[in-house]
Design a protein around this ligand. Structure first.
Ligand code: GLN
Length: 295
């Protein structure tokens, strides 16, 4: 979709500007025009997301330093099925959790999942309170400025959920009130001004979780919810009686990766090496296939 491409580019540019501006706030481009445009220096973040080679030979894994010896702490927000959710016993499960378990095993570590809010999961890894963050986290320039990422392991497609029979379309979203999960790229991009490809903050409400945003749609507080495709499908199915549907088309397409504290190259390389081994030996795909059945 051409419009979406234009939107994505506008969003990327806005993110570059936000990153350059140094304000650090999530949506610092409010007001649209970039009065003091800095020179085009920092539009390309350090290429730390593509380290050269695996540092984890088969057999005895290299000892990698983690917060707690022998443990790999993963911060997450277990509200994002099928990537992370709680099972019937209240334990975190899902693609991200199983991939992290396999990575930990390759590194000779035991995985410990720390479940918290989405924003908190990102902050935890930035502040050195967790070793890795996995939460279907989209890589974007704003985040690359404050944390490092492994290679991408999935494509995330954000979609729009509406009530069946709704007059909301992909093209008139800006005329309505949109629910999102706070801190997510859906929230950030939708909040941009229309000149920057969004709908303006007045049109967007951020909720603590995607599930709460969907409840707000059902109860009529918002007219649409922007959220990643797989959680969207799961929420629509879980609320079948409410008559929800996903609009045809893609709102934005993104890449998910594992977040690591900025500058911790040793851990980044180790985790990235393990991730790439899991991709190469088929383990990664077999985990995905457990949770996502081709339709
Ligand atoms: N992919 C989106 C983001 O990174 C949403 C992730 C989530 O809600 N867990 O912002």
């Amino acid at each position: 979709m051409k419009k979406m491409l234009a939107f994505a580019m506008a969003a990327a540019m806005a993110l570059s500007l936000a990153a350059c501006g140094g304000g650090g706030a999530a949506s610092s481009n409010k007001g649209g025009t970039s009065a003091s445009n800095p020179p085009a220096a920092s539009s390309t973040p350090a290429a730390s997301s593509t380290p050269a080679a695996s540092s984890t030979p088969a057999g005895t894994p290299d000892a990698v330093t983690t917060l707690e010896p022998g443990i790999l702490h993963m911060s997450t927000n277990a509200e994002f099925p099928p990537y992370e959710m709680l099972d019937d016993s209240g334990n975190p499960t899902g693609i991200d959790v199983e991939v992290a378990e396999a990575i930990a095993k390759k590194l000779g570590l035991e995985l410990k999942v720390d479940n918290m809010g989405f924003d908190a999961a990102l902050l935890a890894v930035q502040n050195g309170q967790s070793d890795i963050a996995m939460a279907g986290i989209t890589v974007n320039e704003e985040r690359l400025a404050v944390m490092d990422f492994t290679d991408s392991y999935a494509t995330g497609v954000q979609v729009v959920i509406v009530k069946e029979g709704s007059e909301v379309t992909m093209d008139n979203l800006g005329d309505f009130t949109i629910g999102t999960q706070l801190g997510t790229t859906g929230y950030i991009y939708a909040s941009y001004t229309p000149e920057n490809g969004g709908y303006g903050e007045d049109h967007v409400i951020g909720y603590e979780t995607g599930a709460v945003a969907v409840q707000a749609l059902i109860s009529g507080q918002v007219d649409a919810v922007i959220i990643d495709n797989l959680p969207a499908q799961s929420y629509v199915e879980a609320n079948a009686a409410a008559g929800l549907t996903i609009l045809e088309g893609t709102w934005v397409e993104e890449n998910y990766a594992i977040g690591v504290k900025k500058g911790n190259e040793e851990l980044l390389n180790a985790v990235n090496g393990a991730l790439n081994e899991l991709k190469a030996d088929g383990t990664f795909q077999s985990i995905v296939d457990k949770y996502i059945t081709a339709s």
